[in-house]
Design a protein around this ligand. Structure first.
Ligand code: URA
Length: 198
């Protein structure tokens, strides 16, 4: 299979409201064979403008946690459940998640990551197919079925949550460190240096 097959959505008109609110389709970024994949909810304004997931304030927090865990952003794949920006940061509707599900399943089949980290409630519930309290279940590992594939999933709070609640920041950073370890990506030296910061 071509490495890019299943990764880019050239055009899509399935969700009328999102076709109105988006300025572009925001595909996932990162290696087509990444071991670790981060799954967010949907692009925000900055992602819509920049054409890349997690480039706004949430992205800054994610980058910082990746650095702390000794992971290079360029080594991981980052994508969203829904590829078009909903207005005013509203949650994607059920039908919008369903409309975009096939693109996500194709991306997971192509990348075949060891571990998917779900960033926040929407992506966690979308992959685990049940409701959950993400602050209670952050750091928990699950065997999920996504389309035809068995997928290991690690639940995380959303990086945006850390911007208004310091205790969530600690939870988030711990979960990203756990993801690095689970995926065998942790850089032991970097990790140890960073421990002194806390
Ligand atoms: N929040 C998300 O869930 N996804 C992004 O790409 C940016 C912010």
């Amino acid at each position: 299979m071509d490495a890019m097959e299943g990764l880019c959505v050239e055009s899509c008109e399935r969700c009328p409201a999102l076709v109105e609110s988006r300025s572009r389709i925001v595909d996932g970024v990162g290696p087509a064979d990444a071991d670790l994949l981060f799954l967010g909810e949907a692009p925000g304004q900055q992602e819509d403008e920049g054409g890349e997931p997690f480039v706004g304030r949430s992205g800054d927090v994610l980058d910082e946690a990746l650095r702390d865990a000794g992971i290079a952003r360029s080594d991981v794949r980052i994508t969203n459940c829904v590829r078009c920006r909903p207005l005013e940061n509203r949650d994607p509707h059920k039908e919008e998640l369903a409309n975009c599900r096939g693109y996500l399943e194709q991306e997971l089949d192509t990348v075949d990551p060891d571990l998917v980290v779900t960033l926040g409630k929407v992506p966690s519930e979308h992959l685990l197919e049940r409701s959950l309290a993400v602050t209670k279940e952050a750091g928990s590992l699950h065997d999920a079925r996504v389309g035809e594939r068995a997928q290991r999933v690690l639940v995380s709070v959303h990086p945006a949550a850390t911007l208004y609640d310091r205790s969530q920041r600690e939870t988030f950073f711990e979960t990203i460190a756990q993801a690095a370890e689970q995926a065998g990506l942790a850089d032991a030296e970097d990790g140890q240096q960073q421990l002194g910061d806390y």
